[in-house]
Design a binder for this molecule. Structure first.
Ligand code: GTP
Length: 704
């Protein structure tokens, strides 16, 4: 039988020889792989589509937020205490079945409750000048005739019938003071959000008729790309680390697929009260409904629908949480090998890592989950290497799923924990980590919560473990010093068209970024004035009127509006800098770098090797056009080597396919370190030593 027979025909042939079987298996497995890749491709497309939807929802949320801001401003100007109004709004949202959804705004029940909360809450807490709220009445246009009788006499809220702006980026709120001064009601967007239909008339309500509003139970966790919209306190949140005495730390959660990263991250947020019971119960029900019970904590971080349906993280999720010592930015990385570029982007922003390894023992195999991640192509090992290569020196190894580390009938096996520590310790040491000082092993269960913040007395863990909890281990991490003083660098991680400009997601890696600042978008060099800033992790929002107040600091992600910029001229990996020529980042195609070639790369790297460089959020084909030398410590092993084999350390000259925004590692760590990949294999990691001029000979002066 021919070995080249088509697989489609194989059901008709009964005389396969051994080779044919081999071929068939190969083909079958390559079919599986292709099917798998196609599936992932489809899922990515689906994720894109859903991102679009999320974006639309976010914009609607923002429009609604602006309307609420106007409402707050208006009511405050009538003598209601701002805090009471904000709480009333938050409480109303929390009571609705779909908090934050745009559709509920037109719900008469929403209006009803809002009225109740406003009149009641404000009546109880109005500040001295404003006095008690007198009452409210509703007429044909719903909230538009809400009346308060304070010292200034009855006043009408300034609502309008003009459509809300979809843009998501708007001018500062208007209207409140005018209403207080008795100016005729100025129409704004609020009526479209709150009152599309005419609700029945209602009687004025005495302020004391309802009990005081309970504190809002709404979770303060922002979803990927969403924000909390309540004004001044949120604005300050962007820069409150110093005042609160907490240090800012970006912590990435790494590890093999399904080892429990998102669950543990969600549990951390829960332990620090960033997620409330109600949200968790809702997740629990929704997870169970799609047959994914036990994912409720993971859903706290995995907010995209595609991720939830599949139970796989695809993008780095971000959340902000305070521990005893740190103002923590938690970055939940995907574990699947197809999402390594996302991990690289996340790592370029991180100070330290929690490496999650599962201790779960498997009865149907003599391997456990840990061993599956700790093989050559496992993500435990790849994430360790990427972390080390991209500047991570401190690691907390969270030995997770201890509840399923079985010893006989019982979980929390000490022997299993120690076995994992024994395997990981020499490996991490070999990869260059200072295991004695910078690595901690913590047994934990993200699902049951054991040893995240405490250990329950009845837990088997308490009989043999008395070391730190996960949160204590995180508190022992030291933040890397932030270059706040140097000129600003902000990496673009996403960009899309928005009205007449661009909405760009950025991460500041050096210096400070402020509203109203004129920035250069490099490498294109277009100049724009930052019109609006949103810091999703804190909920802070600023417009040009808050210019002095909102500062985005190194480590923070933010969304900016850049007016009058063509979206085709902004892309992932671009860098925003100050616009002054001498403060811009250099755009280079050539540089010298020190690289470490990874173990087991197979084909060695030779002079002229074409690889793909991943740096921050971008990737670019490069050629290693000169192998300068190999070395070990300070000792040079070979000048102009012909090849670089696994494990070697070398100085090389690199030329990139296009001009890139790069810095030396010394100048800006995030913009001076990179990973080299060949296909889907990571083959080397490096740092930029010197920037070279285009002829590759004369050395160019490095950027300021
Ligand atoms: N028994 C047990 N199950 C856990 C624990 N932590 C996570 N799991 C389960 O492991 C599965 C995967 O959890 P995730 O948190 O999604 O894992 P992940 O590492 O974030 O997955 P990816 O991001 O897709 O790589 C879910 O079914 C979780 O309920 C744990 O401590 N104990």
């Amino acid at each position: 039988m021919s070995r080249h027979r088509s697989v489609r025909n194989r059901q008709y042939s009964y005389d396969y020889d051994d080779d044919y079987y081999d071929e068939e298996e190969d083909l079958a497995s390559s079919y599986d792989e292709n099917a798998h890749r196609l599936q992932l491709q489809r899922e990515r497309e689906e994720l894109e589509r859903r991102r679009g939807e999320e974006q639309r929802r976010r914009e609607e949320g923002e429009a609604r937020g602006r309307a609420e801001e106007e409402l707050v401003a208006s009511v405050t100007s009538m003598g209601f205490a701002r805090a009471a109004v904000e709480r009333a709004l938050a409480d109303t949202h929390a009571r609705l079945s779909k908090p934050g959804s745009f559709g509920d705004a037109g719900d008469p029940a929403f209006q009803e409750r809002l009225l109740e909360r406003l009149t009641d809450g404000a009546g109880g807490e109005a500040d001295g000048a404003g006095g008690a709220a007198g009452g409210a009445s509703r007429g044909a246009s719903g909230l538009s005739v809400l009346v308060a009788s304070g010292p200034a006499g009855p006043a009408a809220l300034p609502f309008s019938s003009s459509p809300p702006r979809k843009g998501g980026w708007a001018d500062p709120p208007r209207g409140g003071p005018a209403a207080a001064a008795g100016t005729p009601p100025k129409r704004s967007s609020v009526v479209d959000l709150f009152s599309p239909a005419a609700p029945p008339p209602a009687q004025a309500r005495p302020a004391q008729a309802l009990p005081a509003p309970p504190p809002s139970k709404r979770s303060s966790l922002p979803a990927k790309g969403s924000h909390v919209l309540f004004g001044a306190s949120a604005l300050d949140a962007a820069d409150d680390a110093a005042s609160s005495g907490l240090s800012r730390l970006s912590l990435i959660v790494l590890g093999h697929v399904d080892h429990g990263k998102s669950t543990l991250a969600g549990r951390l947020l829960y332990a620090r009260k960033k997620v409330d019971e109600r949200t968790l119960r809702k997740h629990e029900q929704s997870c169970a409904a799609i047959g994914k019970a036990s994912f409720q904590f993971a859903w706290v971080m995995d907010t995209a629908e595609g991720e939830r349906e599949r139970g796989v993280t695809m993008e780095v999720g971000t959340a902000q949480v305070d521990t005893e010592r740190h103002k923590l930015t938690l970055l939940d990385a995907p574990g699947h090998q197809d999402f390594v570029p996302q991990v690289i982007a996340g790592l370029s922003c991180a100070d330290a890592a929690v490496l999650v390894v599962s201790a779960k023992t498997l009865t149907d195999s003599n391997q456990g989950e840990f061993e599956r991640g700790f093989i050559r192509d496992g993500q435990t090992t790849e994430h360790v290497l990427l972390g080390k290569g991209l500047g991570i020196n401190q690691i907390v190894v969270a030995v997770n799923k201890m509840d399923q580390a079985m010893e006989g009938e019982r979980g929390f096996s000490r022997a299993r924990f120690e076995e994992i520590c024994r395997t990981m310790t020499p490996y991490l040491a070999k990869k260059g980590f200072n295991v004695a000082k910078k690595v901690q092993f913590i047994p934990v269960s993200g699902l049951t919560g054991e040893n995240v913040e405490t250990v329950s007395p009845g837990c088997p863990l308490s009989s043999w473990y008395s070391g730190p909890t996960l949160l204590q281990a995180i508190d022992a991490l030291t933040p890397t010093p932030k270059d706040r003083e140097k000129s600003m660098r902000a990496i673009v991680t996403d960009a899309y068209a928005e009205r007449s400009g661009v909405a760009a997601r950025v991460r500041v890696v050096r210096g400070e970024l402020r509203i109203g600042e004129t920035v250069a978008i490099m490498p294109m060099g277009d100049v724009a004035t930052v019109g609006r800033i949103v810091v999703p992790s804190t909920g802070a929002i600023g417009t040009s009127s808050d210019a002095k107040r909102l500062v985005v600091l190194p480590g923070d992600a933010a969304e900016l509006y850049l007016p009058n910029v063509d979206v085709a001229r902004v892309a992932r990996g671009f860098v925003l800098t100050h616009s002054r020529e001498d403060l811009r980042i250099s755009v280079r195609r050539r540089f010298t770098a020190k690289i470490i070639v990874l173990d087991n790369i197979g084909t060695p790297i030779i002079k002229g090797s074409e690889l793909v460089m991943h740096m921050t959020a971008m990737e670019c084909p490069v050629v290693l056009y000169k192998l300068v030398k190999t070395f070990k410590g300070k000792e040079v092993l070979a000048e102009r080597p012909r090849i670089l084999t696994s494990g070697s350390t070398a100085e090389v000259k690199v030329v990139t396919k296009r001009g890139l925004c790069v810095e030396t590692f010394k100048e800006a760590r995030a913009l001076g370190r990179f990973v080299l990949r060949r296909g889907t294999q990571t083959v080397a990691m490096g740092v930029i030593d010197t920037l070279l001029a285009d002829d590759g000979k004369a050395e160019a002066a490095n950027a300021a």
